[in-house]
Design a protein around this ligand. Structure first.
Ligand SMILES: NC(=O)c1ccc[n+]([C@@H]2O[C@H](COP(=O)([O-])OP(=O)(O)OC[C@H]3O[C@@H](n4cnc5c(N)ncnc54)[C@H](OP(=O)(O)O)[C@@H]3O)[C@@H](O)[C@H]2O)c1
Length: 293
């Protein structure tokens, strides 16, 4: 019998691939709006969790639209971003504690302010936008419970997912349609191949680990450089790239930190390995080609 895992957010960009790649090893129960479970409804959630034999709750559900979350800021704790990301997580933690289940919470590089050269798990968070504030508040709630861990991911990308475009797909679509590609020069990111996230989560589901971990790619690049790498890998030679700074691009949107170089030494010491962006791009290109055959 495969170990059972209760999973929120399994219908999302990251979650669907986690399920695809790990379904041979684990039996996932989908706790999402699509299956009638709203993480913001305590009773509803408790009914589904209490009766499950699963020992682990993998909590990936969130309001992830960063600019949409910023619009919720004026509503504070009444707004959707807070209610889903913070109250929803609080519900999960309370019920997990009551039922003796472990919580694995998926968080984000955005909890950092991007002012340091790099960030390890011990560095202090200082979120700059409302999405990040809500994710950081949720992290704190998760870490107050001893049987838990927080796994931060960053700029996840995969070969295909029609329901939501990741940042690589958004750039590729612009290149395919010969549209101008906006390339931010002063935003440094650590792109993470979702297949590596899935593989890494498989380890977390098998090992009893607590605390914070950075499950992120092996290479950090500016968005500007990322555009160049994508163009090179996918053989786009004639592209219209417009360089902009964060100050200009995010003027009317949620502000993004400067340098989000997250270190992944802690997971490497556990034997996990992650692709650099160059390697990840090669693999997704191969996967796209194979899917067309
Ligand atoms: N995408 C990124 O760039 C990124 C970067 C860093 C960290 N993360 C974190 O990684 C996790 C997964 O992100 P993602 O991009 O895969 O998410 P996503 O594609 O936006 O999907 C969000 C998921 O949350 C579920 N959800 C939303 N509200 C819910 C509610 N009230 N009750 C139950 N389920 C609800 C959705 O379920 P339905 O389908 O039923 O609506 C969906 O499965 C999130 O925690 C996010 O903060 C993401």
């Amino acid at each position: 019998m495969k170990p059972q895992i209760l999973a929120t957010g399994i219908s999302g960009l990251v979650g669907t691939r986690v399920q695809e790649l790990l379904q041979d090893k684990f039996e996932f129960t989908d706790l999402s709006l699509a299956t009638g479970v709203d993480v913001t409804n305590y009773e509803d959630l408790e009914n589904h969790i209490r009766n499950s034999p699963a020992k682990i709750i993998l909590h990936m559900a969130a309001k992830t639209d960063v600019d949409g979350c910023e619009d919720d800021k004026i509503f504070g704790e009444e707004g959707k971003a807070w209610v889903i990301n913070v109250t929803g997580t609080e519900n999960i933690v309370k019920i997990a504690e009551k039922c003796g289940k472990k919580v694995i919470y998926i968080s984000t590089d955005f909890v950092f302010d991007g002012t340091r050269d790099s960030y390890s798990e011990d560095d202090e968070a200082n979120p700059l936008n409302w999405y990040a504030v809500t994710k950081h508040e949720a992290e704190k709630l998760v870490l107050e419970y001893s049987n838990s861990c927080v796994i931060r991911i960053a700029y996840p990308y995969r070969s295909t997912f029609s329901a939501k475009k990741d940042f690589v797909r958004r750039i590729l679509d612009k290149m395919e349609h010969k549209e101008t590609v906006i390339a931010i020069t002063d935003h440094i990111i650590t792109p993470t191949f979702i297949d590596d996230i899935a593989k890494g989560l498989g380890e977390f589901l098998n090992k009893d680990l607590n605390g914070i971990y950075h499950l992120v790619g092996d290479q950090s690049v500016s968005v500007y450089d990322a555009v160049g790498m994508i163009a090179a890998e996918f053989n786009y030679t004639d592209i219209d790239v417009r360089s902009v700074t964060r100050a200009v691009y995010f003027k009317e949107r949620a502000f993004r930190p400067f340098k989000l170089v997250l270190k992944n030494d802690k997971i490497k010491k556990l034997g996990m390995s992650m692709c650099g962006f160059d390697q990840g791009l090669k693999i997704i290109r191969q996967q796209m080609l194979s899917a067309r055959i």
